[in-house]
Design a protein around this ligand. Structure first.
Ligand SMILES: [Zn+2]
Length: 320
């Protein structure tokens, strides 16, 4: 009986001990959580700002060719040259000027996924490129080499069949990896404008492409602005790149594609003296004058199949 009473007298002490322990644990948890929240709110924005800064600055360095924006626009994506609403009316092609020959020349650059925060102008995804080539095939188009293009334009008459010249500028590795297999799939040929100082496509790959019917054009040695160069610089850019590319490809290189589409009469003179037969700029038109064979027009192609159809018939629904 005495023992029983003693045992029961310990109970309140035990309860008090348990309550104090539980309260202490809860207090510790609350203090810890508060500290973490306080640190996160103070340091968080700084970390996010630093992280975002790094992400935004990356694409500038990874996109060094062709009309690269000097700095990224203030707001994205509103300020990018987003494609306007297409006006697709294949029954009403653009009017053709007198004295011209109608034959489209397409310009592509990167055939790859469009990186985030990059103006999409110089990218066509492999999926859309495939869809565009499929459309050409289904529409009955046949692709030309620059020499075949030259003969048709110089004849002064519109071709009687659907023909087209496809060009890819800058020689990115993805031109070999992504564009080349798709072109082969449809039995098409294309002209690859390579920069000899920075060849994204390796020499062995160039040989493989040429063996499969692809054509190599010069896009100069350094991809500088030809319209601002001295005659000596022009000779180096035009003649040296021609010699190197003929050595790599094992074929005559008679086509010059002006970097950034910039040229003048001096550029044309040195190009002719260096042994080129024809030169291409941008121009944005599908019609060409037979006499302007060092200033032929090309149309820039974007990552969009419906606009592609409009561009093929000369409807200019893009800024360039
Ligand atoms: Zn270029």
């Amino acid at each position: 009986m005495i023992a029983q009473t003693k045992k029961n007298s310990h109970l309140p002490k035990l309860l008090v001990f348990l309550i104090i322990t539980v309260c202490s644990l809860i207090c510790m948890l609350v203090i810890s959580a508060g500290t973490v929240l306080l640190l996160a709110s103070a340091a968080g924005p700084a970390i996010i700002r630093e992280y975002t800064k790094n992400i935004v600055s990356l694409p500038i360095e990874s996109f060094p060719l062709e009309k690269v924006p000097e700095s990224l626009p203030e707001s994205l994506p509103e300020s990018l040259p987003v494609s306007p609403t297409p006006v697709v009316n294949l029954t009403a092609p653009a009017a053709q000027a007198n004295g011209t020959v109608r034959l489209p020349v397409l310009i592509y650059h990167q055939i790859a996924a469009i990186p985030p925060n990059i103006a999409p102008d110089y990218y066509v995804t492999p999926e859309v490129f495939n869809a565009q080539m499929q459309f050409l095939k289904d529409s009955g188009y046949r692709t030309l080499t620059p020499d075949q293009f030259y003969d048709i334009i110089r004849s002064g008459k519109n071709p009687t069949e659907k023909v087209i010249l496809i060009t890819l500028d800058d020689g990115f590795a993805n031109n070999y990896q992504n564009a080349f297999p798709i072109l082969r799939k449809y039995g098409f040929t294309a002209t690859f404008a390579l920069i000899t100082d920075r060849m994204g496509i390796r020499s062995s790959q160039v040989k493989e492409m040429v063996a499969a019917g692809m054509v190599i054009a010069s896009h100069t040695k350094s991809h500088g602005d030809l319209s601002k160069m001295t005659e000596d610089q022009l000779r180096t850019e035009l003649a040296d790149s021609k010699t190197i590319l003929e050595s790599v490809s094992g074929k005559k290189v008679d086509t010059i594609i002006y970097p950034g589409c910039a040229y003048n009469s001096n550029v044309v003179k040195i190009a002719q003296q260096s042994g080129y037969k024809m030169g291409f700029t941008c121009g944005g038109k599908i019609d060409n004058k037979p006499g302007a064979y060092f200033a032929w027009n090309r149309i820039h192609i974007y990552d969009n199949l419906e606009n592609f159809k409009a561009r093929l018939v000369g409807i200019a629904n893009y800024p360039y």
